[in-house]
Write a protein that binds this ligand. Structure first.
Ligand code: FAD
Length: 448
């Protein structure tokens, strides 16, 4: 059955919801978007803190399709590689891909605001801010919202509901109460806290801006992404409990000592460290998997509501944006028949959600433990060399970050490359002779 009325409700005007509103509006749908927060177009988004995200190929593909790539490019800072900071303060740099390839630091709020602005230029999109979804009656196609300003309840009917209300989705909660709905959530033992390296008085950056900075420290790490205003947003990932953990960082002296011991090069760059540390929350990290992502071809979960992942591959938003591009492409394939398209999308896309969840967990190990390991660095060099020699060989990081290869295929390739590099790195004397080592080529031919 096609939705002849061409009407849809989107719950949640975050990154994915506001982008999906643009896609639906372009298809001629009358779209009502409900968001529990106030309208950020009126109040601005900065709120005193500058938080950024890494955007890569899948995100760009989506904003390009939505027609807003040039606007986002203006405020995106390319990060062609990662810069590792040792405890000694020494730095080393690894490119992420080949020349010209980069991931991009973009402001989360700036991107959300831009997407809302674009969506609101369509006369067929209406926004209802400060409307919190409290329930969905799946059998009667109705959603209940609480108007948080007045405290009143409102019930809205819609034949088509898209849930983009994030990891703690109220719409998904309604699905969770249906028969045979699978749901699993896993918290990491690590939490995170955002900190700031402010701009210099002349507005420039205190560290090289064209890199993602990493301070890998074994079981924990800190990263920093540049902002367009000259500052960096740092994120400290640390266990909640244990010997080295947030539980011991309870006063200014403990925080300064901790930074002096593990991140000494950052102390002179962070004049507001202790204030930020205690003003900003310590937040948790969750992986969330569920199935099916849909209800009877009428309700569909997109973005974090379907597949929230840990942030270590910088792919959560990218994956949510890719949901939109894939679903939009299916619209043509299915001639707009949501009753078939929604279940098929949910089935087809689910393995990709699961795969990126696994890859994101693997990348945590890579970032915190391995980027400082000489054998790991050697693997990266050999991978880059093999890609030069055999362009069809793409390191799995590039498949995830610089291509649109389905995530489940990228995961399979990651498994294969892990096994392949195990053999390569076991070659006797590989550290000293890798560039012209004939054994490397023999093993490569065996695997590829
Ligand atoms: C520390 C950290 C770093 C990250 N870094 C990256 C990165 O570098 N690159 C990347 O691609 N991804 C990154 N991510 C992931 C990314 O933030 C998410 O994947 C992305 O925000 C998901 O978008 P979404 O629209 O699905 O959900 P959200 O952004 O969570 O938006 C959900 C929206 O729904 C609204 N809402 C919630 N409940 C209700 C309700 N009941 N009624 C109405 N509205 C509701 C919320 O107010 C919000 O506006 C990171 C995540 C974290 C935690």
């Amino acid at each position: 059955m096609t939705n002849n009325k061409k009407k849809a409700v989107i719950v949640g005007a975050g990154l994915v919801g506001s982008l999906w509103a643009v896609f639906l509006a372009r298809r001629g749908y009358e779209v009502a978007v409900y968001e529990r927060r106030p309208d950020m177009r009126a109040k601005g988004y900065l709120g005193g803190r500058s938080i950024n995200l890494a955007m890569s190929e899948r995100g760009w593909a989506a904003v390009e399709k939505a027609g807003i790539r040039p606007l986002i490019e203006k405020v995106a800072i390319p990060m062609p590689g990662r810069m590792m900071h040792a405890v000694t303060g020494d730095t080393s740099y690894q490119p992420y891909g080949k020349d010209g390839q980069a991931i991009y630091s973009v402001s989360r709020g700036g991107l959300n605001l831009e997407l809302l602005r674009i969506a609101s230029t369509f006369p067929n999109v209406s926004f209802y801010f400060e409307h919190k979804c409290t329930d969905v009656d799946l059998n009667n196609d109705t959603i209940t919202f609480e108007d948080t300003k007045s405290g009143t309840q409102k019930t809205v009917e819609s034949p088509l509901i898209f849930a983009t209300d994030g990891a703690f989705s109220a719409v998904r909660y309604a699905l969770q109460r249906t028969d045979r709905f699978d749901y699993q959530q896993t918290y990491l033992e690590h939490g995170y806290k955002e900190l700031t390296i402010p701009a210099l008085p002349d507005g420039t950056h205190r560290m090289p801006p064209n890199a993602l900075h990493i301070w890998p420290r074994g079981n924990f790490m800190m990263i920093a992404l540049p902002n367009a205003d000259g500052s960096f947003t740092c994120t400290l990932f640390l266990p909640f409990e244990g010997e080295i953990s947030f539980e011991h960082l309870t006063n200014d002296a403990a925080v300064v000592d901790f930074f002096q011991q593990y991140f000494p090069d950052t102390l002179p760059l962070m004049p507001t460290l202790t204030t930020d540390f205690f003003a900003n929350p310590t937040s948790s990290l969750i992986t969330l998997q569920c199935a099916p992502w849909q209800w009877q071809g009428r309700v569909l979960l997109l973005g974090d509501s379907a597949h929230a992942i840990v942030p270590f591959y910088g792919q959560g938003m990218n994956a949510g944006f890719e949901d939109c591009t894939i679903l939009d492409a299916m619209y043509d394939e299915y001639n707009g028949d949501w009753s078939k398209m929604i279940p098929d999308f949910a089935t087809r896309r689910k393995p990709d959600g699961d795969a990126i969840a696994e890859l994101a967990l693997r990348n945590f190990i890579e970032m915190r433990d391995l980027v400082g390991d000489p054998m790991f660095l050697l693997r990266k060099k050999i991978a880059a060399m093999l890609h030069e020699r055999h362009p069809s060989f793409l390191p799995s990081y590039s498949l995830v970050t610089f291509s649109n290869t389905p995530y489940h295929q990228a995961l399979k390739e990651d498994d294969r490359q892990n096994a392949f590099f195990k053999e390569i790195l076991a070659i006797k004397g590989i550290e000293d002779n890798w560039e012209h080592n004939p054994e490397v080529e023999v093993i490569f031919q065996k695997w590829y």
